[in-house]
Design a protein. Structure first.
Length: 193
C-alpha cells in the first residue's frame, strides 16, 4: 500500500469538494479545479471529518500502487491550489535584459535581435517587481502565481526555455531558487616561446 496514498487529505474552511461519478471538483477562494479519477482508484469524501480518502481497489498490482500515491498528490495539490495557491519566482540576469506585460502576453528582451512573446494562461497571474536588470548584479524579478500547480510549472518551464542560464556569466532566465553552476572561462597567458 502506498504510504502517501493512504494519508487522508484535510479540507480547509472555505473549500468545497463535489464528486460526480469519476470526476472530482474542488472549488475555493482562488478558483475551481477538477480532475478525473484514475482507473482502479476510489475517492471518498467524508463530510463529518472534512477529509478526502483515497483507496486502491487492486493493491496487489504494482502499477495501481503507483497510481494510488499519484491520485492522492493530485487531489492534495488541487485543495492547496484553490485555498492558498502556488507561486513561482523568476529572475533574469544579463545587461539590458528586461520583461514587460503587454496585451495578455509577456514580452522578453533577452539578447536576441527581436523581442520574444509568450502567451499568459488564463489561470496564471504575473506580477513584475523589477522589469529590467541593472548590470549583471541586480536581476529583473517577476512572480507567477495561480491555483493549478501543473499549469503554473509548465508555464515557468516554457519561460525558462526562452533563454536558459549560461554557465560562464550566468546570463539568462532562471528560477529564483535555482543554483547555476558556473564555469571558468579560457585563461589567456602572456609570454613568448
Amino acid at each position: 500500500m502506498s504510504r502517501i496514498g493512504k494519508r487522508p487529505i484535510s479540507i480547509p474552511p472555505g473549500v468545497k469538494v463535489e464528486q460526480s461519478g469519476d470526476v472530482v471538483k474542488v472549488s475555493g477562494p482562488k478558483g475551481t479545479l477538477q480532475t478525473a479519477c484514475l482507473s482502479g482508484i476510489e475517492v471518498k469524501f467524508d463530510d463529518e471529518s472534512k477529509q478526502i480518502l483515497v483507496s486502491n481497489t487492486r493493491p496487489n498490482v504494482r502499477h495501481q500502487r503507483a497510481l494510488h500515491g499519484t491520485m492522492r498528490s493530485l487531489l492534495d495539490n488541487m485543495v492547496v491550489g484553490v485555498s492558498k495557491g502556488f507561486e513561482r519566482k523568476m529572475q533574469i540576469f544579463g545587461t539590458g535584459y528586461n520583461v514587460k506585460e503587454q496585451g495578455g502576453k509577456l514580452v522578453f528582451q533577452v539578447g536576441y535581435s527581436h523581442p520574444v512573446e509568450i502567451e499568459i494562461p488564463k489561470s496564471v497571474t504575473v506580477e513584475i517587481k523589477t522589469p529590467a536588470t541593472r548590470g549583471n548584479d541586480v536581476p529583473a524579478l517577476f512572480t507567477l502565481s495561480g491555483p493549478n500547480k501543473q499549469e503554473l510549472g509548465q508555464f515557468a518551464a516554457d519561460i525558462r526555455k526562452i533563454c536558459p542560464p549560461e554557465p560562464y556569466k550566468g546570463k539568462g532566465i532562471r528560477y529564483a531558487d535555482e543554483v547555476v553552476r558556473r564555469k571558468v572561462g579560457k585563461a589567456f597567458t602572456s609570454g613568448s616561446m
